[in-house]
Structure formats: C-alpha cells, structure tokens
Design a binder for this molecule. Structure first.
Ligand code: FES
Length: 172
C-alpha cells in the first residue's frame, strides 16, 4: 500500500477511513473531528466527500457540520492537491524582497496559476499572503513543509526541476 492513494470510494477506502476512526474510539467525536480529517487528508491529499459521509454516519455528525469545519480551516482541501505543494511567500517582507517575481517565475515555469494543480497531479502552487516566520530568508518558498530561501528566480526553477526527496502525503 502506498502512503497516498486516490480515493475511489472502494471498500478498501471505506475500511481505511474506518480504521482512522477506530483510532479515536471512546473520544468525543467533535473533538476528534479535526485530527481525523487531518489523518484522512494526509492519505488522500484532500478530504473526499465519501470519507466525510463515513464520518457523518459513524459519529452522527451532520454533513453540513463536517463541511463547515473543512471550509473553515484553510489547510483542509476538498480537491486533491499535487504531490508537491509549493507556497510562494508574499507576506510583507518577502513581498518587498521579490516574492511577486518569484511567484511569476513559478507560475510561468509550472504553467499554472496560484491555487491550481498541474494536469499530471505533480504540483500545486499557492500564494501565501501570510508570513512563514522566516523573513530573514526572504524571498522564500515553502516546498512540502520545508522553507527554501533566499531564492533567485533561477534557483526557484532549479528547485522545481529537482525537488528534494520527500515523504509522499506531505501537504499544506
Ligand atoms: S514575509 Fe515571508 S517569511 Fe515573513
């Protein structure tokens, strides 16, 4: 079994989600909801609707409540993300140190816009208008939870062409 799978709604998928929920046996379902959703997203790179339905049935939580949680937290996704998640920081410090230029280089190199995933499912590109707390490395990107900076546009392109090995299933 790979660390990440594509959700197909199969019995194996249902069993996997049930196993995640089993891990919260005896705990308060509402308190368990966010960590359970994280575990599911780690595996599928998003929260499939079918997985949410299993949670709803087993824990008696209305789908509308689960949907509200998924949409409230910006780190949850309702669509599959790419295997590589690239955030370009355009927080204040990075913005003034060349973040927008890095972002343009990333969009051109990957041929996608912010918030999009490449057709091969390899890359999702995001613009961060918040600070990663590493302004001394501005301008920077976060690739699969690792900060890289300061970067020139050429260095960014090399990073995309040769991303460091990472554990599949990392997401942001
Ligand atoms: S603004 Fe980019 S790390 Fe602080």
């Amino acid at each position: 079994m790979s660390l990440t799978d594509t959700w197909t709604g199969s019995e194996a998928d249902a069993a996997r989600v049930s196993a995640v929920l089993d891990g919260f046996e005896g705990a308060d379902p509402m308190e368990s909801l966010v960590p359970a959703l994280h575990r599911i997203q780690e595996h599928y790179r998003y929260v499939p609707e079918g997985a949410a339905r299993i949670i709803s049935d087993r824990w008696h939580i209305p789908m509308t409540d689960i949907f509200a949680v998924v949409t409230f937290y910006s780190d949850f996704r309702t669509e599959p993300a790419g295997r590589n998640m690239l955030w370009v920081c355009e927080g204040a410090a990075c913005y003034f140190m060349g973040g927008p230029e890095l972002g343009r280089a990333a969009r051109e190199h990957l041929e996608i816009g912010y918030g999009e995933t490449t057709p091969d499912g390899e890359w999702t590109l995001k613009r961060a208008d918040f600070c990663f707390g590493a302004c001394h490395l501005a301008p920077l990107v976060e690739l699969n939870h690792e900060i890289h900076g300061p970067l020139t546009e050429d260095e960014l392109r090399s990073l995309v062409d040769n991303p460091p090995q990472h554990q599949e299933g990392s997401e942001g």
